[in-house]
Each structure stands twice: as C-alpha cells, then as structure tokens.
Design a protein around this ligand. Structure first.
Ligand SMILES: C[S@@+](CC[C@H](N)C(=O)[O-])C[C@H]1O[C@@H](n2cnc3c(N)ncnc32)[C@H](O)[C@@H]1O
Length: 255
C-alpha cells in the first residue's frame, strides 16, 4: 500500500541546496509508491557524505538498498554509515565506469548530485549509468549550470585547475558547469527520455539560505520554492529562468 509522503522542502534538517532537495523529494515519491528500490549514488562522498540519504534512512529504511561509489573517501563514508547503523554497499570506483564497480548489478535509480562538473568527460557518466540501470530505471542528476556568470577570480581559479587537471593523476581537479542544452542533448544521445528538467536555486538564494538559521532559512526556502514552482520547470519544463547556478533533472531509461 502506498504510504503518505512526509518530507517538506522547508524541513530544517534537509540538505540546503534546492536542486538536491528536489532530488530528495523525487526519491521519496519513488520510495512510497512502489517496490523496494535498488539505488546507486555516483560520487557519493563529497564534503557531507549521506546528507541526501539521512532523511530517507530515518523514514524509509526498508524501502531501498543503497550502493555508492566515489574515487575518494570511501573508507570514511563507510565508517560514518556503520556509526549510524546504515547498511550501504560502498565501493571505490569511477563514475566513468560504474559497471566495473558493480559487475552484473542493476539499479532502479542512479543518483548523482554535483558530480558532472568535476568530470571532464561527463557524457560518459550518463552512458555508464545507462549500463547499470534496469529497464525503465531512472537517473536523477544535479549540476551547476555553465551559463551562470561567475566572478572573474573564480573563473580564473577554475581555468587554472582545468589546466592542472590535464597532468597525470590530477583529473579530479577539473571543474566546469554543464550547459542545459548540451546536457539535454547528451542525455537523449545516451538513450534517456528526459522526464523533468528544472533550473533551481539562484546563487544569491543559496548564499542567503546557507547563512540563515531556521526559522529564517525555512522562510527563504518556502518563498523561493513557491517562486520556482510557479515560474519554472514544474509547469513548463523547458521554459525556465536562465541565470541560475544549478539544475536538477530526471531521466528515464526506456522500458
Ligand atoms: C561536489 S562533490 C558531490 C558529492 C555528493 N554527491 C554531494 O552531493 O554532496 C563531487 C564528488 O564526486 C567525486 N568524484 C569526482 N570525480 C569522480 C569520478 N571520476 N568518479 C567518481 N567520483 C568522482 C568526488 O570525490 C566528490 O566526492
């Protein structure tokens, strides 16, 4: 039987980035509506491992089986999961070759948040995710948008890092946002049907949101969330504001 959903976008304990919260709510929707899901989080470590999963482990521990991979930091993530009593199958591996880390395994959902911009050949991540998705499976992605105008200093730093990334062993230093159009084309080329596409989270909102404490943070979130819902992807997936740093997208593998 379908369970009622309980997560609210303004809950203080949810991860702050709006595109990530949209992914979290999409995951909740999938978890309450069907079978137990096999999920793979690609690039799962980052500065705050499992902040996407913590609310779901709390609310729906029996509704999903989580696997994850990352190039770095898997041991630390494993210890954190063990300390919380979460069962997660974690492996060190590349987003470019997910199928090598999980040979013979298939997932109902592949999630990857904030990873495409740090992988030069990000199109291969889409192709590799397709390899491990079961028919009808879903890919949930967030990425900073390349069209967002960054300050000159930051652009210079990123350009220098991209140059360093071409040296042996330095590939992880790459950083470049992904253009909306090129992402959508690449997703279709890799065989996905793009079910939902949305730009979220203007940089200023993100800054205020990160700085504000509850309940102010919740108020910022509530207002921005309502604005996004009326002005962007939720109603007209392809007609959305252009000056946003981050986007979330749901792609579906064909049945
Ligand atoms: C910005 S962090 C995002 C982490 C997490 N998904 C989140 O949303 O908080 C990017 C992550 O991608 C990982 N990463 C970078 N290149 C990778 C690759 N080629 N394969 C797998 N993981 C990679 C990094 O180690 C890091 O953990």
């Amino acid at each position: 039987m379908q369970q009622p959903r309980v997560l609210e976008p303004t809950s203080a304990h949810l991860p702050g980035n709006i595109s990530k919260i949209r992914v979290l709510l999409a995951l909740e929707e999938a978890l309450v509506e069907g079978e137990r899901l096999r999920i793979c989080d690609v690039g799962c470590v980052g500065p705050r491992p499992f902040n996407l999963w913590e609310p779901l482990f709390e609310l729906y521990p029996d509704r999903f089986r989580l696997s994850g991979l990352d190039l770095f930091g898997i041991e630390g993530a494993r210890s954190l999961a063990a300390a919380h009593g979460w069962t997660v199958d974690l492996r060190t591996g590349s987003a470019l070759t997910i199928e090598r880390s999980f040979p013979g395994e298939r997932f109902d959902v592949v999630v990857s948040t904030g990873v495409l911009p740090v992988v030069r050949d990000w199109r291969r991540v889409l192709a590799s995710a397709m390899e491990v998705l079961s028919p009808g499976g879903r890919l949930l992605i967030t990425s900073p948008a390349r069209s967002y105008p960054e300050p000159l200093r930051l652009r210079a730093r990123r350009a220098a890092a991209r140059t360093v990334s071409r040296l042996p062993g330095q590939a992880h230093r790459w950083y470049r946002g992904v253009h909306a159009d090129e992402f959508q084309r690449a997703a279709v080329d890799a065989g996905y049907r793009v079910r939902q596409w949305a730009r979220c989270n203007l940089a200023l909102v993100k800054t205020v949101q990160n700085a504000a404490q509850a309940p102010n943070r919740n108020e910022v979130m509530r207002r921005w969330w309502a604005l996004e819902d009326t002005s962007s992807g939720r109603e007209r997936p392809n007609e959305v504001p252009t000056s946003s740093p981050s986007s979330s997208s749901t792609c579906k593998r064909s049945e």
